[in-house]
Ligand binder design. Structure first.
Ligand code: HPA
Length: 270
């Protein structure tokens, strides 16, 4: 089911998936997409009334989920006048399905009519002041994956990739929210302490294995983008402790309800 055709067919595949969503939901158009990363699942019940839910694999061209703790569900949620397309779980580059599989939910969201997309993720912190449980607005990213979701000579501008307007809206809601630069590594291994020192020296504040590739696809599709990381751990080498996927998930889950309230308030300002 997964297209390996990098580029052109990706848009058609997204259109086919979007048509399936319209048919199954009976909703012609969605307005905002929300991608919930690891640890964010508990946030979803604060968003609104679930009108429809499906396994992402029941939709065309969505890759099967292979990671424990990263469910593959998609919901249509009604919030006031908004139809929110909510993805619980995402496809990661390290799963090996290729960049188009990673970008497919984003392109599908655009094809359903979404003009705004909110990416959330669980991330390692490179800032000693940001302990696990801290939400951080993504101000910019470093794509350290050595790949791109864009085909051929697509010279897409990434200035102000993470919307200044939406970051301001978040800070109106919670003035204490910090901002930082997110670096995406391919994974699946966590970074070495040396890689984290390098990431710090090139300007990264947060580290993870998602979001940058998706944000590039979202920009190409013309969507306004908001990114929020939830710090789940200090990055490798910062504390002397080993990194552990279960702990990363548990730290996320503890804060997700509070984050749900933030997301709900941001949605009201879109
Ligand atoms: N590194 C990479 N990905 C992550 C981390 C990390 O420290 N924490 C959560 N996702």
């Amino acid at each position: 089911m997964i297209t390996s055709d990098h580029g052109h067919n990706a848009k058609q595949s997204a259109q086919i998936a979007a048509t399936a969503i319209s048919e199954q939901t009976g909703i012609a158009q969605h307005d905002v997409a929300l991608v919930l990363g690891s640890g964010w699942a508990a946030a979803c019940d604060q968003i609104g009334e679930t009108a429809w839910e499906a396994d992402t694999t029941a939709l065309p061209f969505f890759a099967p989920s292979t990671v424990p703790g990263h469910g593959g569900l998609v919901r249509s949620v009604r919030r006031g006048e908004q139809n929110v397309l909510l993805f619980m779980g995402r496809t990661h580059l390290y799963e090996g399905h290729g960049v188009d599989a990673v970008a497919h939910p984003v392109r599908t969201a655009a094809a359903t009519g979404c003009q705004t997309i909110i990416f959330t993720n669980g991330a390692g912190s490179l800032n000693p002041d940001w302990s696990p449980g801290t939400p951080v607005l993504i101000s910019d990213h470093i794509n350290f994956t050595a790949t791109s979701p864009l085909p051929g000579a697509s010279f897409v501008d990434l200035t102000d990739l993470y919307s200044t307007r939406l970051r301001r809206a978040c800070k109106d809601i919670n003035p204490a929210l910090p901002e930082g630069v997110y670096i995406q590594f391919r994974g699946p291994q966590y970074e070495t302490p040396a890689e984290i020192r390098m990431a710090r020296s090139i300007g990264a504040d947060l580290v993870g294995m998602s979001t940058a590739i998706e944000a590039i696809a979202a920009r190409e599709a013309g969507m306004e983008i908001l990114g929020i990381s939830l710090v789940t751990n200090f990055a490798a080498g910062m504390t002397g402790d080993a990194l552990n996927h279960d702990e990363v998930l548990a730290n996320g889950a503890a804060s997700a309800q509070q984050l749900g309230r933030l997301l709900a308030k941001v949605l009201d300002r879109i």
